[in-house]
Design a protein around this ligand. Structure first.
Ligand SMILES: [Zn+2]
Length: 76
């Protein structure tokens, strides 16, 4: 039992590079989500789940919320 498995391990690498590539493609491959131009800057990549904003405008929007919150807290 151990003899045969040892012989097979010589031919099969511990981690198959093709498996890593396949996993990498699966992680970074954009999922089939309908994308359209950002409604603010026109950059493609906006999705329904991002309120029609690209990731850049989405971050700007979030940071704007933080700024407005800070101003409200410090306004007199
Ligand atoms: Zn944008």
């Amino acid at each position: 039992m151990s003899k045969t498995s040892k012989a097979q391990n010589l031919d099969v690498p511990a981690v198959n590079p093709q498996v890593i590539d396949a996993a990498r493609d699966y992680v970074f491959e954009p999922k089939p989500v309908s994308q359209f131009p950002c409604r603010v800057c026109g950059t493609s990549g906006a999705t329904e789940s991002s309120d029609g904003l690209c990731w850049v405008c989405r971050r700007l929007k979030i940071s704007a919320w933080r700024d407005s919150d800070a101003q409200d807290a410090s306004s007199e």
